[in-house]
Ligand binder design. Sequence first.
Ligand SMILES: [Fe+2]
Ligand SMILES: [Fe+2]
Length: 496
Amino acid sequence: MESTIQSREIAPRSSEAMDSQLSRLGNHLITKFHVLMRISQIYDSKNVALQQFIQESLQAINTFIRREGSLGLKIVADDIFLNERRLRYSVEGFTSFKYLLTQWKKRLIGEVLYKGPLDEETLGAFIYILMGLEEGREENALLFNEKLKEHHISSIEVGPLEVSETEEGVYPRKKEDSREVAKKVFFETIGTVKEVITHIKGRQHADVRKLKRLIRKAVHLIMEDESILLGMTTIKNYDEYTFNHSVNVAIYSLAMGRRLAFSRSGLSELGITAMLHDIGKSKIPLEVLNKPGSLDLEEWGQMKKHPLTGVEIVLNLKQLGEVNPKMVIGIFDHHLKNDLSGYPKLFRQKRVSLFGRIIQIADAYDAMTTPRIYKKVPYTPEQALAIMLKERDVHFDSILLKMFIGLVGVYPIGSLVLLDTHEMGIVFKPNTDPQWMDRPQVILIDRDARGKGKKERVDLAEGDGKGHFRRSIMKTLDPNKYHIDIGKYFIGKDGH
Ligand SMILES: [Fe+2]
Ligand SMILES: [Fe+2]
Protein backbone atom coordinates (compact mmCIF):
# COMPACT_ATOMS: atom_id res chain seq x y z
CA MET A 1 0.00 0.00 0.00
CA GLU A 2 1.17 3.46 -0.68
CA SER A 3 0.31 5.00 2.66
CA THR A 4 3.15 6.54 4.61
CA ILE A 5 2.47 4.05 7.39
CA GLN A 6 4.27 1.48 5.40
CA SER A 7 7.84 2.14 4.58
CA ARG A 8 9.08 0.69 1.34
CA GLU A 9 11.98 -1.58 1.96
CA ILE A 10 13.86 -3.41 -0.68
CA ALA A 11 13.60 -7.14 -0.17
CA PRO A 12 15.93 -9.84 -1.42
CA ARG A 13 14.31 -11.57 -4.37
CA SER A 14 16.62 -14.31 -5.52
CA SER A 15 15.13 -17.43 -3.95
CA GLU A 16 11.62 -16.19 -4.24
CA ALA A 17 11.77 -15.85 -8.02
CA MET A 18 12.73 -19.49 -8.31
CA ASP A 19 10.00 -20.56 -5.96
CA SER A 20 7.30 -18.80 -7.83
CA GLN A 21 8.42 -20.24 -11.15
CA LEU A 22 8.43 -23.71 -9.69
CA SER A 23 5.06 -23.14 -8.10
CA ARG A 24 3.73 -22.05 -11.50
CA LEU A 25 5.07 -25.23 -13.05
CA GLY A 26 3.58 -27.24 -10.21
CA ASN A 27 0.19 -25.60 -10.57
CA HIS A 28 0.21 -26.15 -14.30
CA LEU A 29 1.07 -29.78 -13.76
CA ILE A 30 -1.77 -30.32 -11.29
CA THR A 31 -4.26 -28.69 -13.68
CA LYS A 32 -3.18 -30.96 -16.51
CA PHE A 33 -3.34 -33.99 -14.26
CA HIS A 34 -6.83 -33.03 -13.18
CA VAL A 35 -8.03 -32.87 -16.79
CA LEU A 36 -6.39 -36.15 -17.65
CA MET A 37 -7.90 -37.93 -14.66
CA ARG A 38 -11.34 -36.71 -15.64
CA ILE A 39 -10.93 -37.52 -19.31
CA SER A 40 -9.81 -41.04 -18.48
CA GLN A 41 -13.19 -41.62 -16.90
CA ILE A 42 -14.95 -40.69 -20.14
CA TYR A 43 -12.79 -42.30 -22.82
CA ASP A 44 -11.24 -45.73 -22.81
CA SER A 45 -7.49 -45.95 -23.09
CA LYS A 46 -7.56 -46.71 -26.82
CA ASN A 47 -9.48 -43.59 -27.80
CA VAL A 48 -7.57 -41.24 -30.10
CA ALA A 49 -9.07 -38.12 -28.54
CA LEU A 50 -7.18 -39.01 -25.39
CA GLN A 51 -3.79 -38.54 -27.01
CA GLN A 52 -3.95 -34.78 -27.03
CA PHE A 53 -4.60 -34.67 -23.29
CA ILE A 54 -1.86 -37.17 -22.58
CA GLN A 55 0.52 -35.06 -24.65
CA GLU A 56 -0.31 -31.90 -22.70
CA SER A 57 0.12 -33.57 -19.31
CA LEU A 58 3.28 -35.22 -20.48
CA GLN A 59 4.76 -31.90 -21.40
CA ALA A 60 3.93 -30.44 -18.00
CA ILE A 61 5.32 -33.42 -16.08
CA ASN A 62 8.46 -33.75 -18.15
CA THR A 63 9.25 -30.03 -17.97
CA PHE A 64 9.16 -30.38 -14.23
CA ILE A 65 11.24 -33.56 -14.21
CA ARG A 66 13.86 -32.15 -16.56
CA ARG A 67 14.24 -29.18 -14.29
CA GLU A 68 14.39 -31.09 -11.05
CA GLY A 69 15.72 -34.49 -12.09
CA SER A 70 12.70 -36.34 -10.75
CA LEU A 71 9.25 -35.61 -9.42
CA GLY A 72 7.93 -36.78 -6.08
CA LEU A 73 4.33 -35.94 -5.36
CA LYS A 74 3.16 -36.47 -1.81
CA ILE A 75 -0.05 -35.76 0.02
CA VAL A 76 0.29 -34.68 3.64
CA ALA A 77 -2.99 -33.86 5.34
CA ASP A 78 -4.58 -31.35 2.98
CA ASP A 79 -1.42 -30.30 1.22
CA ILE A 80 0.39 -31.46 -1.86
CA PHE A 81 4.18 -31.52 -1.69
CA LEU A 82 6.23 -31.57 -4.87
CA ASN A 83 9.77 -32.71 -4.19
CA GLU A 84 9.36 -31.97 -0.50
CA ARG A 85 8.14 -28.45 -1.07
CA ARG A 86 4.58 -27.52 -0.31
CA LEU A 87 2.66 -26.41 -3.36
CA ARG A 88 0.92 -23.10 -2.95
CA TYR A 89 -1.96 -23.40 -5.34
CA SER A 90 -3.04 -20.50 -7.46
CA VAL A 91 -6.62 -19.28 -7.38
CA GLU A 92 -7.35 -20.88 -10.75
CA GLY A 93 -5.68 -24.05 -9.59
CA PHE A 94 -7.85 -24.54 -6.53
CA THR A 95 -10.42 -26.85 -8.20
CA SER A 96 -7.75 -29.06 -9.73
CA PHE A 97 -5.83 -29.15 -6.47
CA LYS A 98 -8.93 -30.28 -4.59
CA TYR A 99 -9.85 -32.83 -7.24
CA LEU A 100 -6.46 -34.49 -7.21
CA LEU A 101 -6.41 -34.51 -3.43
CA THR A 102 -9.86 -36.11 -3.15
CA GLN A 103 -9.37 -38.68 -5.88
CA TRP A 104 -6.01 -39.87 -4.56
CA LYS A 105 -7.20 -39.90 -0.97
CA LYS A 106 -10.28 -41.94 -1.89
CA ARG A 107 -8.00 -44.55 -3.37
CA LEU A 108 -5.62 -44.30 -0.41
CA ILE A 109 -2.70 -43.34 -2.62
CA GLY A 110 -0.56 -40.68 -0.97
CA GLU A 111 2.70 -40.67 -2.81
CA VAL A 112 4.17 -41.19 -6.24
CA LEU A 113 7.71 -40.89 -7.48
CA TYR A 114 8.53 -40.36 -11.16
CA LYS A 115 12.19 -41.15 -11.43
CA GLY A 116 12.70 -39.74 -14.89
CA PRO A 117 10.88 -38.33 -17.93
CA LEU A 118 7.83 -40.34 -19.02
CA ASP A 119 6.51 -41.36 -22.42
CA GLU A 120 2.91 -41.40 -23.62
CA GLU A 121 2.33 -45.06 -23.00
CA THR A 122 3.65 -44.95 -19.44
CA LEU A 123 1.57 -41.94 -18.46
CA GLY A 124 -1.54 -43.43 -20.08
CA ALA A 125 -1.06 -46.70 -18.20
CA PHE A 126 -0.44 -44.86 -14.93
CA ILE A 127 -3.65 -42.83 -15.13
CA TYR A 128 -5.82 -45.83 -16.03
CA ILE A 129 -4.39 -47.98 -13.27
CA LEU A 130 -4.87 -45.14 -10.78
CA MET A 131 -8.44 -44.37 -11.71
CA GLY A 132 -9.28 -48.07 -11.92
CA LEU A 133 -8.40 -48.69 -8.27
CA GLU A 134 -11.23 -49.60 -5.97
CA GLU A 135 -11.94 -46.81 -3.48
CA GLY A 136 -10.94 -47.31 0.14
CA ARG A 137 -8.98 -50.52 -0.41
CA GLU A 138 -5.99 -50.59 1.88
CA GLU A 139 -3.66 -52.60 -0.31
CA ASN A 140 -4.10 -50.23 -3.28
CA ALA A 141 -0.53 -48.95 -3.27
CA LEU A 142 0.75 -52.51 -3.40
CA LEU A 143 -1.62 -53.43 -6.21
CA PHE A 144 -0.66 -50.28 -8.04
CA ASN A 145 3.05 -51.13 -7.98
CA GLU A 146 2.33 -54.68 -9.15
CA LYS A 147 0.29 -53.45 -12.06
CA LEU A 148 3.04 -51.02 -13.03
CA LYS A 149 5.40 -53.96 -13.09
CA GLU A 150 3.03 -55.88 -15.35
CA HIS A 151 3.26 -52.96 -17.75
CA HIS A 152 7.06 -53.07 -17.47
CA ILE A 153 7.12 -49.64 -15.92
CA SER A 154 10.02 -49.20 -13.53
CA SER A 155 10.24 -45.41 -13.62
CA ILE A 156 7.24 -44.92 -11.33
CA GLU A 157 6.76 -45.94 -7.71
CA VAL A 158 3.67 -45.48 -5.62
CA GLY A 159 3.16 -45.24 -1.86
CA PRO A 160 0.08 -45.41 0.39
CA LEU A 161 -1.65 -42.45 1.97
CA GLU A 162 -0.52 -41.74 5.50
CA VAL A 163 -3.34 -40.63 7.75
CA SER A 164 -2.32 -38.99 10.98
CA GLU A 165 -4.44 -39.65 14.06
CA THR A 166 -4.79 -35.99 14.74
CA GLU A 167 -6.49 -35.43 11.43
CA GLU A 168 -9.76 -37.05 12.25
CA GLY A 169 -12.64 -36.19 14.49
CA VAL A 170 -11.05 -33.30 16.38
CA TYR A 171 -13.31 -30.53 15.21
CA PRO A 172 -17.05 -30.26 15.57
CA ARG A 173 -18.77 -31.22 12.35
CA LYS A 174 -21.63 -28.81 12.49
CA LYS A 175 -19.64 -25.82 11.36
CA GLU A 176 -18.17 -27.67 8.44
CA ASP A 177 -20.85 -26.66 5.99
CA SER A 178 -20.51 -22.93 6.57
CA ARG A 179 -16.75 -23.30 6.35
CA GLU A 180 -16.97 -25.14 3.08
CA VAL A 181 -19.31 -22.50 1.69
CA ALA A 182 -17.05 -19.72 2.97
CA LYS A 183 -14.03 -21.27 1.36
CA LYS A 184 -15.83 -21.59 -1.95
CA VAL A 185 -17.15 -18.03 -1.82
CA PHE A 186 -13.71 -16.73 -0.88
CA PHE A 187 -11.81 -18.39 -3.71
CA GLU A 188 -14.57 -17.78 -6.25
CA THR A 189 -14.60 -14.11 -5.31
CA ILE A 190 -10.85 -13.77 -5.72
CA GLY A 191 -11.15 -15.39 -9.15
CA THR A 192 -13.99 -13.09 -10.12
CA VAL A 193 -12.20 -9.95 -8.93
CA LYS A 194 -9.26 -11.07 -11.00
CA GLU A 195 -11.47 -11.46 -14.05
CA VAL A 196 -13.03 -8.03 -13.59
CA ILE A 197 -9.67 -6.31 -13.13
CA THR A 198 -8.11 -8.10 -16.10
CA HIS A 199 -11.02 -7.10 -18.32
CA ILE A 200 -10.88 -3.50 -17.24
CA LYS A 201 -7.16 -3.46 -17.89
CA GLY A 202 -7.68 -4.81 -21.38
CA ARG A 203 -10.53 -2.37 -21.98
CA GLN A 204 -12.89 -5.28 -22.35
CA HIS A 205 -16.38 -5.61 -21.05
CA ALA A 206 -16.26 -6.53 -17.35
CA ASP A 207 -19.15 -8.56 -15.97
CA VAL A 208 -19.77 -7.51 -12.40
CA ARG A 209 -23.05 -9.36 -11.92
CA LYS A 210 -21.25 -12.39 -10.58
CA LEU A 211 -19.35 -10.20 -8.15
CA LYS A 212 -22.62 -8.82 -6.85
CA ARG A 213 -23.99 -12.32 -6.38
CA LEU A 214 -20.91 -13.39 -4.48
CA ILE A 215 -21.04 -10.34 -2.24
CA ARG A 216 -24.60 -11.22 -1.30
CA LYS A 217 -23.38 -14.66 -0.28
CA ALA A 218 -20.54 -13.11 1.72
CA VAL A 219 -23.02 -10.83 3.50
CA HIS A 220 -25.04 -13.88 4.44
CA LEU A 221 -21.94 -15.62 5.79
CA ILE A 222 -20.85 -12.58 7.79
CA MET A 223 -24.27 -12.35 9.40
CA GLU A 224 -24.12 -16.03 10.31
CA ASP A 225 -20.63 -16.20 11.83
CA GLU A 226 -18.10 -13.49 11.07
CA SER A 227 -15.16 -15.48 12.37
CA ILE A 228 -15.31 -17.93 9.47
CA LEU A 229 -14.75 -15.34 6.75
CA LEU A 230 -12.34 -13.38 8.94
CA GLY A 231 -10.27 -16.55 9.21
CA MET A 232 -9.99 -16.63 5.42
CA THR A 233 -8.18 -13.29 5.47
CA THR A 234 -5.16 -15.03 6.97
CA ILE A 235 -4.57 -16.80 3.66
CA LYS A 236 -2.12 -14.25 2.41
CA ASN A 237 -1.34 -15.24 -1.10
CA TYR A 238 1.67 -13.30 -2.18
CA ASP A 239 1.32 -14.17 -5.87
CA GLU A 240 -2.22 -12.90 -6.07
CA TYR A 241 -1.83 -9.79 -3.95
CA THR A 242 -4.19 -7.37 -5.67
CA PHE A 243 -7.10 -9.77 -5.82
CA ASN A 244 -6.52 -11.29 -2.43
CA HIS A 245 -6.22 -7.79 -0.94
CA SER A 246 -9.49 -6.62 -2.49
CA VAL A 247 -11.38 -9.56 -1.05
CA ASN A 248 -9.79 -9.22 2.40
CA VAL A 249 -10.62 -5.53 2.56
CA ALA A 250 -14.21 -6.42 1.68
CA ILE A 251 -14.36 -9.02 4.46
CA TYR A 252 -13.03 -6.63 7.12
CA SER A 253 -15.34 -3.89 5.90
CA LEU A 254 -18.35 -6.18 5.98
CA ALA A 255 -17.54 -7.27 9.52
CA MET A 256 -17.33 -3.60 10.55
CA GLY A 257 -20.55 -2.79 8.72
CA ARG A 258 -22.27 -5.56 10.58
CA ARG A 259 -21.15 -4.14 13.92
CA LEU A 260 -22.49 -0.80 12.78
CA ALA A 261 -25.85 -2.50 12.19
CA PHE A 262 -25.95 -1.87 8.45
CA SER A 263 -28.89 -3.40 6.60
CA ARG A 264 -28.27 -6.28 4.21
CA SER A 265 -28.45 -3.97 1.20
CA GLY A 266 -26.16 -1.48 2.95
CA LEU A 267 -23.70 -4.29 3.57
CA SER A 268 -23.85 -5.35 -0.07
CA GLU A 269 -23.06 -1.81 -1.18
CA LEU A 270 -20.20 -1.57 1.30
CA GLY A 271 -18.88 -4.96 0.20
CA ILE A 272 -18.86 -4.01 -3.49
CA THR A 273 -17.22 -0.67 -2.73
CA ALA A 274 -14.51 -2.33 -0.65
CA MET A 275 -13.99 -4.97 -3.29
CA LEU A 276 -13.49 -2.31 -5.95
CA HIS A 277 -11.65 0.25 -3.82
CA ASP A 278 -8.38 -0.17 -5.72
CA ILE A 279 -9.92 -0.78 -9.13
CA GLY A 280 -8.28 2.47 -10.30
CA LYS A 281 -4.92 0.75 -9.92
CA SER A 282 -5.78 -1.35 -12.97
CA LYS A 283 -4.72 1.67 -15.03
CA ILE A 284 -1.32 1.98 -13.36
CA PRO A 285 1.53 0.15 -15.13
CA LEU A 286 2.70 -2.97 -13.31
CA GLU A 287 6.29 -1.69 -13.16
CA VAL A 288 5.08 1.10 -10.94
CA LEU A 289 2.70 -1.02 -8.86
CA ASN A 290 5.26 -3.72 -8.16
CA LYS A 291 8.33 -1.54 -7.98
CA PRO A 292 10.59 -2.86 -5.23
CA GLY A 293 12.19 0.50 -4.44
CA SER A 294 10.61 3.84 -3.67
CA LEU A 295 8.56 5.62 -6.29
CA ASP A 296 9.83 8.74 -8.01
CA LEU A 297 7.73 11.87 -8.20
CA GLU A 298 6.07 11.03 -11.47
CA GLU A 299 5.27 7.49 -10.37
CA TRP A 300 3.77 8.82 -7.17
CA GLY A 301 1.65 11.13 -9.28
CA GLN A 302 0.31 8.12 -11.14
CA MET A 303 -0.31 6.23 -7.91
CA LYS A 304 -2.22 9.09 -6.37
CA LYS A 305 -4.67 9.14 -9.23
CA HIS A 306 -6.10 5.71 -8.46
CA PRO A 307 -9.00 6.80 -6.25
CA LEU A 308 -10.28 9.16 -8.92
CA THR A 309 -9.68 6.69 -11.75
CA GLY A 310 -11.55 4.16 -9.64
CA VAL A 311 -14.55 6.46 -9.47
CA GLU A 312 -14.57 6.85 -13.26
CA ILE A 313 -14.38 3.10 -13.78
CA VAL A 314 -17.17 2.32 -11.33
CA LEU A 315 -19.44 4.92 -12.89
CA ASN A 316 -18.91 3.22 -16.23
CA LEU A 317 -19.72 -0.27 -15.01
CA LYS A 318 -23.21 -0.56 -16.41
CA GLN A 319 -24.12 -3.85 -14.77
CA LEU A 320 -23.49 -2.50 -11.33
CA GLY A 321 -27.03 -1.18 -11.68
CA GLU A 322 -27.93 1.88 -9.73
CA VAL A 323 -24.76 3.10 -8.06
CA ASN A 324 -25.39 4.64 -4.69
CA PRO A 325 -23.31 7.86 -4.36
CA LYS A 326 -21.96 6.40 -1.10
CA MET A 327 -20.10 3.81 -3.13
CA VAL A 328 -18.44 6.27 -5.45
CA ILE A 329 -17.53 8.58 -2.60
CA GLY A 330 -16.16 5.65 -0.59
CA ILE A 331 -13.70 4.85 -3.36
CA PHE A 332 -12.77 8.49 -3.78
CA ASP A 333 -12.18 8.84 -0.03
CA HIS A 334 -10.17 5.76 0.83
CA HIS A 335 -6.78 7.52 0.98
CA LEU A 336 -7.90 10.92 2.23
CA LYS A 337 -6.95 10.12 5.83
CA ASN A 338 -8.70 11.46 8.85
CA ASP A 339 -6.94 14.85 8.77
CA LEU A 340 -7.29 15.08 4.96
CA SER A 341 -3.51 14.99 4.59
CA GLY A 342 -3.77 12.09 2.16
CA TYR A 343 -4.88 12.20 -1.45
CA PRO A 344 -6.54 13.34 -3.68
CA LYS A 345 -6.08 16.94 -2.57
CA LEU A 346 -9.38 18.67 -1.91
CA PHE A 347 -10.41 22.21 -2.81
CA ARG A 348 -12.80 22.34 0.06
CA GLN A 349 -12.64 20.71 3.49
CA LYS A 350 -15.04 17.85 4.03
CA ARG A 351 -15.52 14.95 6.36
CA VAL A 352 -14.33 11.61 5.08
CA SER A 353 -17.40 9.49 4.28
CA LEU A 354 -18.30 6.51 6.44
CA PHE A 355 -17.53 4.03 3.65
CA GLY A 356 -14.20 5.77 3.13
CA ARG A 357 -13.33 5.64 6.83
CA ILE A 358 -14.21 1.96 7.09
CA ILE A 359 -12.24 0.99 4.00
CA GLN A 360 -9.25 3.05 5.09
CA ILE A 361 -8.89 0.95 8.24
CA ALA A 362 -9.47 -2.38 6.51
CA ASP A 363 -7.04 -1.39 3.75
CA ALA A 364 -4.22 -0.34 6.09
CA TYR A 365 -4.55 -3.43 8.26
CA ASP A 366 -4.58 -5.90 5.40
CA ALA A 367 -1.71 -4.19 3.58
CA MET A 368 0.46 -4.16 6.69
CA THR A 369 -0.15 -7.79 7.56
CA THR A 370 0.53 -9.11 4.04
CA PRO A 371 4.00 -9.76 2.57
CA ARG A 372 4.77 -7.52 -0.39
CA ILE A 373 7.56 -7.19 -2.89
CA TYR A 374 8.96 -4.21 -1.02
CA LYS A 375 8.31 -5.68 2.42
CA LYS A 376 8.64 -9.40 2.40
CA VAL A 377 8.19 -9.95 6.10
CA PRO A 378 4.88 -8.39 7.07
CA TYR A 379 3.86 -7.00 10.44
CA THR A 380 2.15 -9.39 12.82
CA PRO A 381 -1.50 -8.50 13.51
CA GLU A 382 -0.51 -7.13 16.88
CA GLN A 383 2.26 -4.92 15.47
CA ALA A 384 -0.02 -3.63 12.75
CA LEU A 385 -2.73 -2.67 15.23
CA ALA A 386 -0.16 -0.96 17.45
CA ILE A 387 1.11 1.16 14.54
CA MET A 388 -2.40 2.04 13.51
CA LEU A 389 -3.28 3.08 17.05
CA LYS A 390 -0.22 5.27 17.25
CA GLU A 391 -1.14 7.09 14.07
CA ARG A 392 -4.85 7.06 14.66
CA ASP A 393 -5.49 10.79 14.70
CA VAL A 394 -3.76 11.39 11.41
CA HIS A 395 -5.06 8.37 9.57
CA PHE A 396 -8.20 6.99 11.00
CA ASP A 397 -11.48 7.57 12.65
CA SER A 398 -10.47 6.63 16.18
CA ILE A 399 -13.89 5.34 17.21
CA LEU A 400 -14.07 3.09 14.18
CA LEU A 401 -10.52 1.97 14.84
CA LYS A 402 -11.43 0.97 18.38
CA MET A 403 -14.33 -0.98 17.00
CA PHE A 404 -12.06 -2.67 14.49
CA ILE A 405 -9.67 -3.72 17.24
CA GLY A 406 -12.60 -5.12 19.18
CA LEU A 407 -13.61 -6.98 16.07
CA VAL A 408 -10.31 -8.59 15.28
CA GLY A 409 -9.78 -9.02 19.01
CA VAL A 410 -6.92 -8.13 21.31
CA TYR A 411 -5.44 -11.20 19.73
CA PRO A 412 -6.64 -11.03 16.14
CA ILE A 413 -7.69 -14.18 14.31
CA GLY A 414 -4.55 -15.73 12.90
CA SER A 415 -2.22 -14.52 15.67
CA LEU A 416 0.41 -16.98 16.77
CA VAL A 417 0.51 -17.13 20.56
CA LEU A 418 2.58 -18.74 23.27
CA LEU A 419 0.58 -20.19 26.16
CA ASP A 420 1.59 -20.59 29.80
CA THR A 421 1.55 -24.33 29.18
CA HIS A 422 4.46 -23.80 26.75
CA GLU A 423 2.20 -24.75 23.88
CA MET A 424 1.95 -22.66 20.74
CA GLY A 425 -1.42 -21.87 19.27
CA ILE A 426 -3.12 -19.97 16.51
CA VAL A 427 -6.05 -17.74 17.40
CA PHE A 428 -9.00 -19.26 15.65
CA LYS A 429 -12.05 -17.47 16.94
CA PRO A 430 -12.41 -14.47 19.27
CA ASN A 431 -14.37 -14.88 22.44
CA THR A 432 -17.83 -13.40 21.93
CA ASP A 433 -18.01 -12.21 25.52
CA PRO A 434 -16.28 -8.78 25.66
CA GLN A 435 -15.00 -9.43 29.21
CA TRP A 436 -12.99 -12.39 27.90
CA MET A 437 -11.48 -10.63 24.90
CA ASP A 438 -8.07 -12.00 25.85
CA ARG A 439 -9.40 -15.55 25.93
CA PRO A 440 -10.10 -16.60 22.35
CA GLN A 441 -10.32 -20.10 20.96
CA VAL A 442 -7.00 -21.34 19.64
CA ILE A 443 -5.71 -24.28 17.69
CA LEU A 444 -2.74 -25.88 19.37
CA ILE A 445 0.02 -26.63 16.92
CA ASP A 446 3.28 -28.46 16.75
CA ARG A 447 6.51 -26.60 16.35
CA ASP A 448 7.01 -28.59 13.18
CA ALA A 449 4.73 -26.95 10.66
CA ARG A 450 5.31 -29.34 7.84
CA GLY A 451 1.64 -30.06 7.35
CA LYS A 452 1.31 -32.37 10.33
CA GLY A 453 1.01 -29.67 12.89
CA LYS A 454 -2.76 -29.76 13.13
CA LYS A 455 -4.04 -30.48 16.58
CA GLU A 456 -6.63 -29.72 19.10
CA ARG A 457 -8.86 -26.68 19.23
CA VAL A 458 -9.16 -25.29 22.75
CA ASP A 459 -11.13 -22.54 24.44
CA LEU A 460 -8.95 -20.34 26.64
CA ALA A 461 -11.99 -19.37 28.70
CA GLU A 462 -12.12 -22.94 29.92
CA GLY A 463 -11.33 -23.43 33.63
CA ASP A 464 -9.48 -26.28 35.26
CA GLY A 465 -12.27 -26.88 37.80
CA LYS A 466 -10.22 -25.40 40.67
CA GLY A 467 -10.91 -21.77 39.91
CA HIS A 468 -8.07 -21.26 37.46
CA PHE A 469 -7.89 -21.11 33.73
CA ARG A 470 -6.54 -24.16 32.03
CA ARG A 471 -4.45 -22.11 29.61
CA SER A 472 -3.61 -18.42 29.18
CA ILE A 473 -1.78 -16.44 26.56
CA MET A 474 1.67 -15.28 27.64
CA LYS A 475 2.63 -13.42 24.49
CA THR A 476 2.28 -13.31 20.75
CA LEU A 477 4.96 -14.68 18.47
CA ASP A 478 6.00 -13.79 14.96
CA PRO A 479 4.89 -16.65 12.65
CA ASN A 480 7.54 -15.67 10.12
CA LYS A 481 10.23 -16.61 12.58
CA TYR A 482 8.77 -20.05 13.04
CA HIS A 483 8.00 -20.62 9.36
CA ILE A 484 4.38 -21.23 10.08
CA ASP A 485 1.85 -20.76 7.34
CA ILE A 486 -1.10 -19.44 9.30
CA GLY A 487 -3.55 -19.48 6.38
CA LYS A 488 -3.31 -23.22 6.13
CA TYR A 489 -5.09 -23.65 9.43
CA PHE A 490 -8.14 -21.91 8.06
CA ILE A 491 -8.66 -23.88 4.88
CA GLY A 492 -8.06 -27.43 6.00
CA LYS A 493 -10.63 -30.17 5.66
CA ASP A 494 -12.32 -29.68 8.97
CA GLY A 495 -11.99 -25.98 9.00
CA HIS A 496 -8.65 -25.72 10.70
FE1 LIG B 1 -5.90 2.32 -2.60
FE1 LIG C 1 -5.91 -0.98 -1.07
